[in-house]
Design a protein around this ligand. Structure first.
Ligand code: C5P
Length: 258
């Protein structure tokens, strides 16, 4: 049953949408409400997990039993997620992360002038999901080469055993964590093909692909999705409450951790 199938597991969930400051009062943001991420956090707590919820600009009440870390920008979200991921069995990236941010952030409020407005120049934000996947890929290679400790080795074992190579030290005492990485993608067209390409590009184990539009996704209590697996499978989740989608995601995560 689902009741305690995540007991003893530490999971990290990101939720909400990042804001990228233009000046002290303005930002570039998105319409993510945090509802799906919060549903994931609540259901994981109910299934016995230790939950770290990294919340970007969410106005919902803290889910009982989760550790909540509040952030604003993509770079803050990255730091919080990567730090928590070091001790996590699974990371679910449900947050809508801004792809770009203003190159410079004005220290003072930008004034209205009669002249033409200044353009806002943008730079790329780090892709946190891709970074999680890439870091783990590198750690797995080190582990396969015999350089890194097993992911389930007790904390500190790899380092303290005294037989660690540089690669082992780099892999960290916990080895190739997190064992399960889950991404979300909102697609409007060619949903499956785009989703499949994204899963591979980002190196995640599961990708939850939402169809955007028709009262689904942003700010609504309902969602419909297809979960793609790294092995090429897919699980369809019919339209329903975000809790239902969350429970299917945790079913798949729990299977992979078992
Ligand atoms: O590339 P796209 O934005 O469609 O990917 C969505 C997935 O990637 C989500 O899981 C989101 O949290 C994650 N993401 C991220 N860092 C970014 C952009 C997206 O982790 N800079």
């Amino acid at each position: 049953g689902r009741r305690d199938d995540l007991a003893g597991r530490h999971v990290v969930v990101s939720a909400g949408g990042t804001r990228e400051a233009i000046d002290p009062v303005r930002f570039i943001g998105n319409r993510s409400s945090g509802l799906q991420g919060y549903a994931l956090a609540r259901t994981a707590v109910a299934r016995g997990a230790e939950v770290t919820l990294v919340a970007a600009n969410v106005t919902l009440p803290d889910p009982a039993g989760a550790k909540v870390v509040r952030v604003e920008s993509a770079r803050q979200l990255r730091d919080a997620v990567l730090a928590a991921a070091e001790h996590a069995d699974a990371v679910v990236m449900a947050a809508a992360v801004a792809d770009f941010r203003p190159v410079r952030q004005s220290e003072t409020k930008i004034k209205k002038s009669s002249a033409e407005p200044d353009p806002i120049h943008l730079v790329k934000n780090p892709d946190i999901l891709a970074e999680l996947g890439e870091t783990r890929r590198a750690r797995r290679e080190a582990y396969a080469a015999g350089d890194a400790p097993a992911h389930d080795a007790p904390a500190g074992r790899g380092r303290d055993a005294g037989n660690g190579s540089d690669a082992a030290r780099e892999a960290g005492a916990g080895g190739p964590r997190p064992r399960v990485i889950v991404g979300f993608a909102a697609e409007t067209d060619d949903v499956l093909a785009n989703g499949r390409a994204k899963l591979e590009r980002k190196g995640c184990d599961l990708l939850v692909v939402n169809q955007v539009g028709e009262n689904l996704a942003f700010g609504t209590p309902d969602n419909a999705a297809v979960v793609l697996t790294a092995e090429g499978g897919s699980v369809e989740i019919p339209r329903g409450p975000k809790e239902d989608l969350a429970d299917v995601v945790w079913d798949l995560v729990a299977q992979r951790l078992a």
